[in-house]
Design a protein around this ligand. Structure first.
Ligand code: ADP
Ligand code: MG
Length: 743
């Protein structure tokens, strides 16, 4: 075990990057492209823009732009930097997909990487900027990767024009070779500046056994033990999703209730600092700062009672569920979709006499640094969306994280003093983790990306300087889909040859493709928008597309209830929702639009009622999703108006339901966009195997697919349907289903 001195006095933490200011600024002055690597929390995001601002890199004719892969980071970092610099958010601003506070005066602009990619389309040379900082490059988000590829070409172009642009790539201390050892990307290798973060030692405690599935329960027990037995210091728990985060928060709040004005708590916390009661089990201990190899040391029995060993058992403890108000715990959730004002709470000190416990998803891994964390509890898992590269079938899966992620998570415990990381898995399991997670671009369908690139007149996508190129079969599938949608000019021959040409990935964009590329939605939906001029269908298509783009419109009412009251409440809500679903589904030809009509009806009804939280809660709609749909409708309406200047569209809160003719036409539009997503009900004579009962057959998949039980068409089983997506859970399920008629 590592010796952790007690009563260490922590000097006022000075950000490590401040010591490197001169080195960084010299490198930037002398090189067009610079890479800065530093441990999370070393001050890259908050300080580098300030260094640049102070020496005059931002001016009225050019700003400093910083991209973040996550919206949370763009918003909260702009606020933090504005505050540190004592400037208003008119000068230090942010822009994310739906909102922002950018003004004419903005000189430092934080934005998501997707926002900057859109700007490249309008102005390839990014002439608004003097400096572009690509932050969190190690996350390898798809847009970040593409931006780095594009900027590798934009920087020399700007140089030629005599308007030099500085590019700074910032990353946590992770593999940067994909950027530096890549001659196609940067012919001159940019200098890499390492910021040595003062990282305090973090003792890593592995579980002896890896819980099979109840890692949430294991997190709960571990937090209880830390809180009861270990000295003061914040706890940060990593879980995989919002629902898990909330349920652990509830359990912890129940176990250690915190009432305002609780004074007993501070005494107990104080006592627990003076008298740590520590139980010793047999645990392997690996200090994170000594490399990853597993020392697998068994803790010595005669160390029992030593206060230097902070291993905790992973067994069950009877007492845990009992509520104990003498030990208040200040429990806060943290995840991307949480409202910004609630997110901001984690940065403030907890109320006196309480211990802070933040239960977070992956956002706390590198994007946000929470002050005062001494203990990290890492379940070792992450929730990711997996796609089939060719068919696009997706599923959310909870998988093991990479070793690099596990070490990032552990590092969160050692920012202000030595810390501890409790890994709820064994060192043997850790050794089996992959070293790094794969870049996003290699893991998902790329049709949206390819359309954006073609709109930039990058015809031979295969020659693009990707930091890591997507697999060729994904590129070919994207090219074929875009040809089928009419977004790319069709190669002038048929059959096999045509496919071969598509496989060469060199088809130029069509006029329709150019229009589609201006809409900030996936190509299939962009096609629907582009077709909707006739019969005044645009407002409906915009609404349907917005609803299809925003995830999880409806509240999850089949969730397990924690109490009998909740069970009764959920049952009531479900009955009400089913009733509303039937109303929203409309009548006659509208009904055939199926789930898409339900979306249209739900959004229409919600807007009619003023889009209030109350209406949403009463009718099983997710309030946040409805607000997002509203914003996206506004944005798409603006985008459509700028393409067809005579459309004169506006977002009508009192939108009438479509007429019969419109409903029929809408189904044709939907079919045009989702044409490759047609499924046919399996015929009786094909029913050789029971697994095909009520199943559908698609062009892309061998296996049977089914209409999802949440669909309004679940019982009707129309002969032909189109679906928005196939999601794999226990079976392959189609979601967002509409009926189509065979012609
Ligand atoms: P990096 O980008 O290198 O990970 P940051 O610049 O994000 O580092 O953070 C530097 C320090 O600033 C962190 O240690 C953190 O404690 C502090 N910090 C960042 N954002 C906030 C905030 N909103 N409130 C309080 N402290 C913050
Ligand atoms: Mg950062």
């Amino acid at each position: 075990a590592v010796f952790i001195p007690r009563n260490v006095t922590v000097p006022n933490p000075v950000l490590p990057i401040l010591a490197e200011e001169q080195v960084i600024m010299e490198a930037i002055n002398e090189n067009p492209i610079v890479i800065i690597c530093g441990e999370t929390g070393s001050g890259k995001t908050t300080q580098v823009p300030q260094f640049l601002y102070e020496v005059g890199y931002a001016s009225s004719d050019g700003a400093i732009g910083i991209t973040e892969p996550r919206r949370v980071a763009a918003v909260s970092m702009s606020q933090r930097v504005a505050k540190e610099m004592n400037l208003s958010n008119r000068v230090v601003s942010y822009q994310i997909r739906y909102e922002g506070n950018v003004t004419d005066e903005t000189q430092i602009k934080f934005m998501t990487d997707g926002v900057l990619l859109k700007e490249v389309q309008k102005d390839f040379l990014l002439s608004k900027y003097k400096v572009v900082i690509i932050d969190e490059a190690h996350e390898r988000s798809m847009y970040t990767d593409i931006l780095i590829g594009l900027l590798s070409r934009i920087v020399p172009l700007r140089e030629k024009k005599g308007l030099p642009l500085k590019l700074i790539i910032m990353s946590a201390t992770l593999r940067v070779e994909d950027f530096t050892n890549n001659k196609k990307l940067f012919s001159v290798t940019p200098p890499v500046i390492q910021v040595d973060a003062r990282q305090f030692p973090v003792t890593v405690h592995f579980n002896k056994k890896t819980p099979l599935d109840d890692y949430s329960g294991e997190c709960f027990r571990k937090v209880c033990k830390i809180h009861r037995m270990l000295p003061s210091g914040g706890i940060l728990v990593f879980l995989t999703g919002q629902a898990e985060v909330h349920s652990l928060c509830r359990r912890l709040r129940k176990a250690f209730p915190f009432q305002k004005n609780n004074t007993a708590g501070s005494l107990v916390i104080f006592l627990s600092q003076v008298l740590p009661k520590i139980d010793l089990d047999n645990y392997s201990v690996v200090p994170v700062d000594e490399g990853d190899e597993d020392r697998d040391t068994e803790t010595d029995d005669d160390m029992a009672g030593s206060d230097t060993d902070l291993d905790l058992g992973d067994g069950d403890s009877e007492e845990d569920e009992k509520s104990d108000s003498s030990l208040p715990l200040y429990v806060l959730p943290l995840y991307s979709l949480l409202a910004p004002e609630k997110q901001a709470k984690v940065f403030r000190p907890p109320p006196p006499g309480t211990r802070l416990c933040v239960v977070a998803t992956n956002v706390a891994e590198t994007s946000l640094t929470i002050p005062g964390i001494k203990y990290v509890v890492d379940c070792g898992k992450v929730k990711k969306r997996f796609y089939d590269k060719i068919t696009g079938v997706s599923s959310f899966r909870i998988t093991w994280i990479s070793q690099a992620s596990a070490n990032q998570r552990a590092g969160r415990a050692g920012r202000t003093e030595p810390g501890h990381c409790y890994r709820l898995y064994s060192s043997a399991v850790f050794m089996d983790f992959e070293k790094f997670s794969a870049p996003e671009i290699t893991k998902r369908p790329v049709e949206d990306l390819i359309l954006q690139m073609k709109a930039l007149n990058i015809e031979k996508v295969i020659n693009f300087p990707f930091p890591t190129p997507p697999p060729t079969e994904a590129l070919a599938a994207a090219e074929e889909l875009l040809i089928a949608l009419g977004a790319l000019k069709e190669p002038p021959m048929t059959g096999r040859l045509k496919q071969q040409l598509a496989a060469k990935l060199s088809c130029p964009i069509s006029p329709l493709g150019r229009v589609m590329a201006t809409f900030p939605v996936a190509p299939r939906y962009a096609k629907m928008l582009a077709l909707s001029r006739q019969h005044d269908c645009l407002p409906y298509t915009i609404t349907i597309v917005s609803a299809m783009t925003v995830r999880e419109l409806f509240e999850e009412l089949d969730r397990p209830a924690v109490s009998e009251e909740e069970a009764a409440e959920l049952k009531g809500k479900k009955a009400r929702f089913l009733q509303m679903q039937r109303i929203w589904a409309g009548q006659g030809p509208m009904q055939k639009l199926g789930d898409l009509m339900v979306m249209l009806g739900a959004v229409g009804a919600c807007e009619y009622a003023g889009c209030t939280r109350k209406f949403c809660e009463e009718n099983g709609l997710r309030y946040k999703a409805m607000l997002e749909i509203r914003r996206l409708r506004g944005q798409l309406t603006t985008a459509v108006n700028s393409v067809c200047t005579d459309a004169g569209l506006f977002v009508d809160p009192k939108m009438k339901p479509p007429t019969e003719a419109q409903a029929t036409y809408l189904r044709q539009i939907v079919l045009a966009g989702l044409g490759d997503h047609v499924a046919r009900r399996v015929q009786a004579e094909e029913l050789l195997d029971d697994k095909w009962k009520n199943a559908y057959k698609t062009a892309l998949l061998e296996d049977p697919v089914f209409i999802h039980p949440s669909s309004v068409l679940f019982k009707q089983l129309p002969e032909f349907v189109v679906y928005q997506e196939i999601v794999e859970t226990t079976k392959l399920y189609m979601k967002g289903v509409s009926a189509v008629e065979p012609e």
